[in-house]
Design a protein. Structure first.
Length: 82
């Protein structure tokens, strides 16, 4: 397709990935995190190029890096320290 607008099925796929990511136990419940994650998904994967089977792993990796709960981030740091 290759255009700047999402087709309805693409938008539904982006929404499904968003809902899945924000429902994960590691996802931050901090202010604006859901909004920021939605913005990231819409900016990173413009309409016409979103294929969830290919993009979801990338979206999850970025979400884990940017939107992880503070307690999970601290526990990850502690586990890396000998």
């Amino acid at each position: 397709m290759g255009h700047d607008m999402f087709e309805p099925e693409e938008l539904a796929a982006v929404r499904a990935v968003f809902v899945d990511l924000v429902s994960q136990p590691w996802f931050s419940r901090g202010p604006n995190m859901r909004r920021d994650c939605a913005r990231y998904l819409l900016d990173a994967f413009p309409g016409g190029v979103f294929r969830p089977e290919l993009k979801r792993p990338t979206a999850e990796a970025v979400a884990r890096a940017r939107f992880v709960r503070a307690t999970d981030a601290h526990s990850n740091c502690r586990s890396a320290i000998p």
